[in-house]
Design a protein around this ligand. Structure first.
Ligand SMILES: Nc1ncnc2c1ncn2[C@@H]1O[C@H](COP(=O)(O)OP(=O)(O)OP(=O)(O)O)[C@@H](O)[C@H]1O
Length: 238
């Protein structure tokens, strides 16, 4: 059993949110406190929006989202120090021209300065199997390599809550397996959205979204086969 530093109680309290001109969440109530939570649902069901509400990237039109004692409206600026977010597309996340600078930024957020942050970044990259990547230009990396850098740099900031939005989409199979193992071993709380149901099989709880509503939730052994079956039936009926 892995010791988890701290589990946040994440609470959606009558959350309403319109996206793209239509109401996505219409009074969503949801409480999450497990160590590993998986979000599933068809394209456009609201998984990314739900993750963005947790880290305050978007705010509800009404209602509140709480992460522990902080509500995302009043404490928005404090959330990035606590919550790491890995975007679906690493290009929306990586801001520095080289891999070393990007990872060093994670350590700078923890208070390390200049050379010390660079040295920690080099050590951290080596620990994640990227020893020679420090000076590499981000724009010369493949999509999967950029995704790997995005995940490593978020971990460098040592968040207590990690939000992953379809994080392994462009990773090759060995890298996907390695990151799956890494995520399973991380001593922090993780909420991840994915269409890769195998990746979510280790979760403590799965939440199935459909058009902004929770249609089912519970252990992966029950929810993942139910989602797969519903999708299969819909395809057969179409
Ligand atoms: N930036 C945006 N502007 C307008 N509408 C948006 C925006 N982002 C999402 N939406 C809309 O909100 C709804 C939910 O989208 P969201 O990205 O949360 O779904 P998702 O479950 O993560 O989808 P996917 O599996 O395709 O990643 C969709 O109808 C989408 O078109």
């Amino acid at each position: 059993m892995i010791e988890t530093s701290r589990l946040h109680l994440i609470r959606f309290d009558r959350v309403r949110l319109a996206r793209g001109g239509h109401r996505l969440f219409d009074g969503l109530d949801l409480t999450v406190s497990e160590r590993r939570v998986g979000l599933i649902g068809d394209n456009g069901s609201g998984k990314s929006s739900l993750l963005r509400l947790i880290n305050g990237l978007i705010l509800p039109d009404s209602g509140d989202v709480w992460v522990g004692a902080r509500d995302t409206r009043r404490h928005r600026k404090e959330l990035p120090g606590e919550i790491g977010f890995v975007f679906q597309n690493p290009d929306h996340q990586i801001i520095f021209p080289t891999v070393g600078e990007e990872v060093a930024f994670g350590f700078a957020n923890r208070g390390l300065k200049g050379r010390a942050a660079e040295a920690e970044a080099a050590r951290f990259l080596a620990a994640h199997g990227c020893a020679s990547w420090e000076g590499r230009a981000v724009h010369e990396l493949s999509g999967g390599e950029r995704q790997r850098v995005a995940i490593i740099s978020v971990l460098a900031a040592s968040p207590s809550l990690l939000l992953l939005d379809e994080p392994f989409a462009s990773l090759d199979l060995p890298m996907r397996m390695a990151f799956r193992r890494l995520i399973a071993e991380l001593p922090l709380q993780v909420v991840m959205a994915s269409h890769d149901l195998e990746l979510l099989a280790d979760c403590d709880r799965i939440i199935w979204l459909d058009r902004g509503r929770v249609v089912a939730e519970g252990p992966p052994g029950r929810i993942l086969p139910a989602y797969r079956e519903a999708a299969t039936l819909r395809v057969l009926a179409s």
